[in-house]
Design a protein around this ligand. Structure first.
Ligand code: MIG
Length: 785
């Protein structure tokens, strides 16, 4: 209590920044080469060094015994066979692969890693690895003043995390969300460092509460955890994109989402009856506002029992879901982990009978208070329980549901600690451990069970999962929304760096509640937020009980018209977004990108918080303040074209851009292209055309591709997809478009591509595949099939 008042800064109170010292791992005693890697015995512990891949090195330290090297379920990739050599000298040991060199100084153990060009990526001098009597493990690394830090998953604050300290402990925070609110719902113990335009990354694979400190010391940063082994991976880069490829090689990449999941979603806590849901759907249709999903929040259930419907409010869910699907709208219900303690409730009975719920070591059931009252919690750390939960989703699949929303899975419990008792003992696939050790994995494991369950019941159709909590690797199962924000302009502003850093942390499918969840939104805020939402990977309007309703039409015709225009714009841009999601699946690169990812040499991009990119050639620079119609926009190297006016802007400089309420500033890089389709009521309406908009320049080459598949099955894994590479080459007198070899067997509904040229100069002629083309109104059609 007193900590919330001025007593917290009482003059008699001394800052307590001195920490009890750690024990250093000490001098190297000997090194041996074994099947799993290099074993280093030190005075005060053991270190295993593994070349996990040519360009990825894994270090594991245990102060008591030879490290078990047990990974958390975040780790997806197996260790590869890597050609490496070791060379031992008086003072140090050198381990070399084709892409990196690790130098271990022996007295005491200190590690430096150099990349293929001999550039030092990480180093330790005065301090290295250590441990504490309490079981804490810690690692220090040298830090340069100009180092920039990105990633760390879902964190508030600015893009660059130099000077910050973060804790990883999945937490349900309703309020406040501000610059110093930490931790939040997700824990992704991973970051990327940008140093002189080159990047490297570290993934600390430890599920205990962990802390990353880029604040307390000027020349070091550190990462530590309350227990477990000090187990981390170093990715040597050298570009930020390469680091993401390396990190997502380890923790996995997203599957291609069903196309409907990247349309517009409408939610509310809660639409409380079938009647209300049908009315919402009808209003969207009557007003021609595109919509793909309506959410059912907790009121759909029978007294908050998961896997049930409230029969009074929702008398015939199956009929409702099928009627909505007929008009292009899917229904996504919320599913929380808490199972009501009720001896007459089937899910509770099964869970008890089959021993699926979390227990204490002595065998007593753990229960906590959540929406349904006293509840038990499935032990998702254990395969039989994940299987059980997965099977239970047949209930939803049989009703015609294809997507699930997981909430409260930190897990959140209504008590002082906000979560489960840390002494609960999880079964953990045969390696029992406490909730203290596994807390951060609960949401990830629930996500895995849910995703796999829906996949199993949907007969080859893709499912969609939205989750609030997660850990590294969450991208394999779910998209992430950023929890309980508020209808504040500041929260719109904060959502940009938060989602960009989630993207840098391997999670491409993210977005905040558009319009803001808590607090009352207003027409202007909702309009500006919807403009941004049209370009964030996940696009859902959601609001809390007791706040003003915030569907697109709630604030009058002027706002409604603009909001509609931007939801339609989302649908026009869908082919471009879909291609970027496929790219995220293939490469791990995010859809929504901080500018430094594309321009790592450009210092102006290093902490650019109020702009982002979609892919590699589009800059979005939203207005995020009330009553403002002008803003500075920084455009990196190249020339940039205003998407709406066609005006050209020079890069490597800032411009003052005017944008009335109906305008979102969007810039496309000259010399590149984007793809569009006509807007439609929902993705269930066939996409019958594809436009390729080419922004002609005077020089340079650009390559990208068109991607299509059926948008709803896994057949793309059997090459039933279409990947069409397109190259644009600009010269002062001609623009050459070359279509590459088609990959895959999928045939879209359109048989030709419509090319539209923007900014062609009089003397510039257009060639398609080497053939001169006459344009009609700057357009030309190209037969595809
Ligand atoms: O504590 O299900 O973040 O999106 O509407 C409230 C009700 C529980 C929190 C989620 C929010 C959701 C709400 N839930």
């Amino acid at each position: 209590m007193l900590e919330d008042t001025s007593f917290a800064i009482h003059p008699g109170k001394k800052a307590n920044i001195a920490e009890t010292p750690y024990h250093d791992i000490g001098n190297v005693k000997n090194v041996t080469e074994t099947r799993r890697g290099y074993q280093v015995e030190c005075e005060h512990g053991y270190v295993t060094v593994q070349l996990y891949r040519d360009d990825i090195i894994r270090i594991t330290m245990n102060s008591v015994e030879i490290p078990s090297c047990d990974s958390t379920p975040a780790v997806y990739a197996q260790k590869q066979e890597v050609n490496s050599s070791i060379n031992e000298e008086e003072e140090h040991i050198t381990i070399t692969s084709s892409a990196l060199k690790a130098v271990v100084h022996k007295s005491p153990f200190r590690l430096s890693i150099l990349d293929a060009d001999g550039q030092e990526v990480v180093s330790e001098q005065d301090r290295g690895m250590g441990y504490h009597e309490t079981g804490e493990v810690i690692c220090y690394k040298q830090m340069n003043q100009q180092d920039r830090f990105y990633g760390f998953g879902e964190k508030s604050g600015f893009l660059d995390k130099h000077g910050e300290r973060y804790t990883m402990w999945n937490t349900d925070v309703y309020a406040p969300h501000n610059q110093e609110t930490d931790p939040l719902y997700q824990s992704i113990p991973y970051f990327m460092t940008l140093r002189n335009g080159r990047a490297h990354g570290i993934f600390f694979d430890n599920s205990y509460k962990s802390t990353f400190d880029m604040k307390s010391e000027p020349d070091y940063y550190s990462f530590k955890a309350e227990g477990g082994e000090l187990d981390y991976y170093v990715f040597v880069g050298p570009t930020p994109k390469k680091v993401l490829e390396q990190y997502t090689h380890i923790t996995g990449r997203m599957t291609i989402p069903p196309k409907w999941a990247i349309g517009y979603h409408q939610s509310r806590y809660s639409y409380e009856s079938e009647k209300e849901v049908r009315e919402i759907a009808k209003t969207f249709l009557d007003k021609d506002i595109p919509l793909d999903v309506i959410y059912l929040d907790i009121h759909y259930m029978d007294e908050y029992r998961v896997f049930t419907f409230n029969k009074d409010q929702f008398p015939n869910p199956k009929q409702m879901i099928s009627d909505l699907k007929d008009i292009g709208i899917r229904v996504v219900p919320i599913v929380d982990p808490g199972v009501k303690k009720d001896p007459e409730y089937k899910t509770y009975q099964e869970g008890i009978r089959e021993d699926h719920f979390c227990k204490y070591i002595e065998g007593d059931l753990y229960t906590g208070e959540v929406w349904p009252g006293e509840s038990a919690f499935p032990d998702f750390t254990d395969e039989p329980t994940r299987k059980w939960w997965a099977n239970k989703h047949k209930y939803y699949a049989d009703l015609g549901i294809e997507g699930i929303w997981n909430d409260m899975n930190e897990p959140a419990v209504f008590n002082e600690t906000k979560t489960m008792d840390t002494t609960v003992m999880h079964k953990n696939d045969g390696k029992p451990a406490t909730h203290r050790a596994l807390h951060n994995l609960y949401g990830l494991q629930m996500g895995k069970a849910t995703f796999e369950g829906m996949k199993q019941h949907l007969n080859g159709k893709r499912s969609f999962l939205l989750t609030r909590a997660g850990f590294a690797g969450v991208q394999r199962y779910a998209s992430v929304w950023t929890g309980d924000n508020r209808s504040f302009w500041e929260h719109l502003q904060m959502s940009l760096p938060m989602c960009m850093n989630l993207g840098i942390s391997g999670v491409p499918f993210t977005g905040p509640d558009v319009g803001g969840f808590a607090h009352d939104t207003n027409g202007e805020l909702l309009t500006r937020w919807t403009q941004v939402g049209a370009f964030t990977p996940y696009f859902r309007n959601h609001s809390a009980i007791g706040t003003l309703y915030q569907e697109p039409w709630q604030f009058g015709e002027e706002y409604e018209a603009i909001i509609k225009k931007y939801i339609q714009l989302r649908y026009q841009w869908l082919p471009q977004h879909y291609m970027l999601f496929q790219n995220a699946h293939e490469t791990g690169l995010p859809v929504m990108r901080p500018l430094f990812l594309e321009y790592p040499e450009d210092k102006k991009t290093y902490n650019l918080n109020d702009q982002f990119m979609i892919g590699d050639n589009v800059v979005i620079a939203p207005i995020m303040q009330p009553d403002v119609t002008d803003r500075a926009v920084y455009l990196p190297k190249g020339n940039w074209i205003d998407y709406f006016t066609g005006e050209q802007y020079e890069g490597s400089s800032s411009h003052l851009i005017h944008a009335e309420l109906d305008t979102l500033p969007i810039f496309v890089k000259q010399g590149t292209f984007i793809t569009h389709s006509p807007s439609r009521q929902s993705t269930m309406v066939e996409q019958e055309e594809l436009y390729v908009h080419v922004y002609a320049g005077q020089e340079g080459t650009y390559e990208s591709y068109v991607y299509e598949d059926d948008g709803e099955t896994y057949q793309y894994e059997q090459s039933n997809s279409l990947k069409l590479p397109i190259q644009v080459e600009c010269h002062p007198t001609r623009v050459d478009v070359s279509i590459g070899e088609k990959e895959g067997t999928f045939k879209p509904a359109y048989a030709s591509l419509s090319f539209r040229f923007h900014g062609l100069k009089n003397q510039q002629e257009v060639y398609m595949n080497g053939e001169r083309k006459e344009l009609q109104h700057s357009e030309v059609e190209l037969e595809l099939f």
